[in-house]
Ligand binder design. Structure first.
Ligand SMILES: [Mg+2]
Length: 341
């Protein structure tokens, strides 16, 4: 009895026992060139452009000459953006992935990020898993953690990402013109399908829809290879319909949609209108939505092919305001298009 209690206490290292400083160092400070006696980076500048890394009052970073800095922040709250019983490594992955998706949308190369983590307690095993998911995705995209903060409270993860684009080559929401082809980088509705499966008790992280929901893959390579080839773009976080509205509003154009868009292959809904709702309003798909001048279509497609991707046309930009066409059930959605007109 006594022994099992000790094991439980060992696993649940309270914030007070471990200390914020040790906790950060234990889970999040990683190799950053040479280190001082405390294990913190303190050197001229390493290959990642870090002059001064975690452990001081602020990080000092060195963007490459001729580049502009792209900065974006996104918070993920338990019960709002991810379920409380999601695996810790998936929570770490997803929190960074949704931020990387914003860099992807701008055509930026990921460079650095900061992490502000709020935890109800400091379960060492949970933290190790969370850090594993976070670091695995960070390594995949070559982005370096340069600072952060840990506080006590309901689980919440705030990440700020920083990336670079060659000066003047960023992708924004503002450049779409009438006649541009509207396209997405992948099928829609998978994340919403995964959310519904999770709510029904499905816990198989290998299921394609669960993976689409909890382990999204930000289209970082697509954003970079499409720089200079697209008129405008953004990532699809709020839902295809809403984000199309954002692009149209920013560019001062409307949209004429095809009757259908690519649907996540495993999405199984009871009705056609439920499928359309998942595809157009589900959100969290983290594909890119792009406007491409007809003359750039072929070369943009070739660029996507070169990274193993594909562009799926869904309609075209019009000089008439508002979103028109789309699936037959879209007649009931026109109120969603209000901010696009
Ligand atoms: Mg975005």
């Amino acid at each position: 009895m006594l022994k099992s209690r000790r094991v439980a206490v060992d696993r649940l290292l309270t914030m007070a026992a471990l200390g914020e400083f040790d906790l950060i160092k234990r889970c999040f400070v990683r190799a950053l060139g040479s280190r001082d006696a405390d294990g913190y980076a303190r050197h001229e500048q390493d290959a990642a452009g870090v002059v001064l890394g975690p452990g001081d009052d602020g990080a000092v970073l060195a963007p490459r000459p001729g580049h502009q800095l792209v900065v974006s922040a996104d918070t993920s709250n338990v019960g709002v953006h991810f379920p409380a019983d999601a695996p810790a490594d998936a929570i770490g992955h997803r929190a960074l992935a949704v931020n990387l998706s914003d860099l992807a949308a701008m055509g930026a190369v990921p460079r650095w990020y900061t992490l502000a983590l709020t935890l109800p307690d400091a379960d060492a095993e949970w933290l190790d898993d969370f850090a594993t998911g976070l670091h695995r995705l960070a390594d995949l995209h070559g982005i370096t953690l340069v600072g952060g903060d840990v506080t006590r409270g309901p689980l919440s993860i705030s990440i700020t990402v920083m990336g670079e684009v060659p000066a003047g080559e960023l992708i924004s929401r503002h450049g779409a013109r009438p006649g541009d082809v509207l396209a997405v980088t992948g099928p829609m509705g998978g994340a919403h399908g995964g959310l519904e499966l999770w709510q029904q008790g499905q816990r198989d992280m290998g299921h394609p829809l669960i993976a689409a929901y909890l382990l999204p893959e930000p289209r970082v390579a697509a954003g970079q290879c499409l720089r200079g080839l697209v008129s405008a773009g953004l990532d699809i976080s709020d839902g295809l319909w809403a984000d199309l509205g954002h692009l149209c509003l920013a560019s001062g154009v409307g949209a004429q949609l095809m009757p259908s868009v690519p649907v996540a292959p495993d999405l199984a809904t009871a009705t056609e209108s439920a499928r359309d709702a998942a595809v157009w309003h589900g959100g969290d798909d983290y594909e890119l939505l792009l406007a491409i001048a007809p003359g750039q279509w072929d070369v943009a497609n070739e660029a996507m092919s070169s990274i193993g991707g594909k562009l799926y046309p869904i309609g075209e930009c019009t000089s008439t305001a508002g979103i028109h066409g789309g699936p037959s059930s879209a007649g009931g959605w026109q109120h969603f298009a209000g901010d696009a007109s």
